[in-house]
Design a protein around this ligand. Structure first.
Ligand SMILES: [Zn+2]
Length: 170
């Protein structure tokens, strides 16, 4: 996985970048064995909840405990993708049950889905064909607020300005 990964810069509160760089990043997952080892190290009560994930500039999946900041998971660096991912056990390992691009720190465009699907395929983890929780992010051109577009309503939740049709954070 090289070269042509579209990167998303961190767009959240700057203070979180500082703390992100003072703590260990998420755990790199390059194989089914590494995934099993990491999930096995987590309390079983966490398994049914989505974990924080990022994909780095080299196309490596990183996982962190639930509610970890994405910028911390990514070590403060830009990402190829970010969101939440839930796993369920199978007869011979784990599979992805739910995943999406919900990261208000990076607000990644929906097209990061292709990268996540490719990374999971390379690791060999079964997964749904497409995001189960796709999120449409737009920055308000009026007030600057980061918006999640719901039900096709391209209106800023804060100031009612019209939001653009295309992703506009970078
Ligand atoms: Zn606004």
């Amino acid at each position: 996985m090289t070269g042509d990964i579209r990167l998303f810069a961190y767009v959240g509160p700057p203070v979180l970048v500082v703390s992100a760089r003072s703590q260990p990043p998420g755990t790199s997952i390059r194989s089914r064995a590494e995934l099993s080892a990491w999930l096995g190290s987590r309390p079983s009560a966490e398994w049914r909840e989505p974990f924080t994930y990022t994909v780095d500039a080299e196309g490596v999946l990183r996982l962190a405990p639930r509610r970890s900041e994405h910028v911390a998971c990514a070590g403060g660096e830009p990402v190829g993708a970010a969101g939440e991912m839930a796993f369920v056990p199978t007869a011979d390992g784990w599979e992805v049950d739910e995943f999406g691009n919900l990261s208000t720190g990076y607000c990644p465009d929906l097209d990061c889905q292709a990268l996540v699907v490719a990374v999971l395929g390379a690791i060999g983890v079964p997964h749904p064909a497409v995001f189960t929780h796709p999120i449409v992010f737009r920055r308000c051109p009026g007030c600057g607020e980061r918006n999640i577009v719901r039900d096709g309503d391209f209106t800023c939740a804060l100031c009612d300005a019209a939001l653009p049709e295309v992703w506009n954070f970078g």
